[in-house]
Design a protein around this ligand. Structure first.
Ligand code: SAM
Length: 378
């Protein structure tokens, strides 16, 4: 739980800072930070607020939302789409976000293979018949590594300003701590999970036995299961309706990787060229200003950029050099820059990705810039 959340003295009016729903989302974010799941499903995702937060968690590659109500999901689902910046600077990890219309009382193969399943303030909205089927669907069929279930703690209601029996008119029930824990323990036992109880929304000082305002059970699967076996052993007909799908641009996609590598290679080569030309210019000025330097220092330096040095390309030297009006930046030099190196992994991959997109020397070992052409363009 976020240590920054404040506990307040009980004044007769409970006010949570940050609001309780944000504390619930933060709880999930912290859990994602701890377990680093790749595939996360949010059941009863409503207006997708939690999903919008989770799409920024770098471990997550697949994010799915499920709700029985299409219209509530559609309210803000556009926020789950990639932004222009995502295309300009594609992330390293792939990310696919989907939304499905359906009930947690029904099994659908699209919900298989998840690492983490969240059910935030969902179960109290289920009819008795749905609640009966819910454990088999989530723990038996989906069987993710971790399930988080949050639900109101009925004992806390007496401390809330709203004096209605339940906190929301659509709640079919609200459990006290003993009721939730006995349901959770029995579910965990039946499906071979362990469960730990916690919550958000601390009770006032001196009233700790009331428990958290939102009670939370974190279930962890005790047995290991491979993705393949989980999917192949569970043939089921698709019953959910997909209402949204977004595939984010990622460097795992060769198309985006190619663009990123070409831009980075040109950017790096331009920087090397600029510092080389600046250095040459400085040496040239030094030579003109100082007759002694002219005699002893400029000659060797000139040698490095004389015609003889054309051979360096053939010898795959790391040194950039100028030959006539052309600046040569060896690919080996460019590959040694961390960002290029990380993007490509191998020198062969670098050569493959920039082929046909960057002007290279005849033997393909160096990026070429014609300074004369560039001057004309400027
Ligand atoms: N999880 C969201 C959050 O924390 O912000 C909101 C939960 S909202 C209180 C409960 C949601 O559960 C509603 O959006 C409702 O449509 C959905 N729901 C109710 N019964 C459902 C069912 N059988 N299957 C899937 N979703 C259901």
């Amino acid at each position: 739980m976020d240590k920054n959340f404040q506990e307040e003295q009980f004044t007769g009016i409970i006010k949570f800072t940050p609001p309780l729903y944000k504390q619930r989302y933060q709880f999930i974010k912290d859990l994602v930070g701890k377990y680093k799941p790749k595939k996360v499903a949010d059941l009863g995702c409503a207006d997708c607020t939690l999903l919008q937060m989770l799409k920024f968690c770098s471990s997550i590659e697949v994010l799915a939302g499920l709700d029985i109500c299409t219209s509530v999901m559609k309210e803000n689902m556009h926020r789950l789409s990639p932004l222009p910046g995502d295309y300009l600077q594609p992330a390293e990890r792939p990310l696919t976000v989907t939304l499905h219309q359906g009930s947690v009382a029904h099994k659908d193969p699209c919900m298989l293979g998840f690492d983490l399943v969240t059910c935030i303030e969902l179960i109290e909205h289920l009819e008795q018949s749905e609640l009966m089927k819910f454990p088999e669907v989530v723990f038996g069929f989906m069987a993710p590594r971790i399930v988080v279930i949050s639900t109101p703690n009925f004992e806390f209601n007496a401390l809330l300003p709203n004096k209605a029996l339940f906190r929301h008119p659509d709640h079919k029930f609200e459990w006290n701590q003993a009721q939730f824990q006995s349901w959770a323990l029995e579910t965990a036992r039946r499906y071979d999970y362990s469960v730990e109880f916690t919550g958000v929304g601390h009770p006032p000082t001196g009233m700790e036995n009331v428990g958290f305002c939102t009670q939370i059970g974190v279930f962890v699967r005790k047995y290991s299961q491979t993705c393949e076996s989980a999917q192949s052993e569970k043939p089921t007909e698709a019953v959910y309706k997909m209402v949204f799908r977004a595939v984010y641009p990622s460097l795992k996609d060769e198309k985006y990787l190619k663009n990123a590598v070409v831009s980075e290679v040109i950017f790096t080569a331009q920087n090397i060229k600029r510092s080389l030309l600046d250095r040459l210019m400085a040496e040239h000025e030094e030579y003109n200003n100082d007759p002694v330097e002219r005699k002893f220092q400029f000659q060797p330096s000139m040698n490095r950029f004389s015609e003889d040095l054309g051979k360096l390309v053939v010898e795959k030297s790391m040194e950039p050099f100028v030959h006539g009006n052309v600046v040569y930046i060896p690919l080996t030099t460019i590959f040694s820059f961390p960002k290029v190196n990380r993007l490509c992994g191998t020198f062969e991959k670098l050569c493959k990705l920039i082929a046909g997109k960057v002007t290279l020397s005849s033997d393909g070992s160096a990026v070429m810039f014609n300074t004369e052409l560039e001057n004309e363009e400027n």
